[in-house]
Write a protein of this length. Sequence first.
Length: 128
Amino acid sequence: MGWGHWPISEVSLRGGNTVIQYFCYNSGMEKFSGFVAVRARGTIALPPALRRRFHLDEAGAQVEVTERDDGVIELRPVLPVDADQRWFWTDRWQAMEREADAEIAAGLGKVVHSGEEFLVAIEATAGK
């Protein structure tokens, strides 16, 4: 863990001077703060560690771009969801997940460790 840096862009100025922008990072830090260059075609490159941490190095990953009224441009990592898993992310299912989490937090429900134990618990509940 420690500080590191690498050049991210190089600009030649009149008179032969060159300005090199550096991206600085601390590998022990949880949050990134720094600069990235905007290339001629509007392309930016996120640092590799940031891409890995947010899984933006995975196939199909995208970044949602939001322009706020206060002039801030927000970037949010977005990962694709397999078609057979989309049901889990529907508003209805997420509401049921929150309800289940609240019941667990309240100490309701029963934890079972096998299919057989599950069936016994269901039968006991049905008999009530």
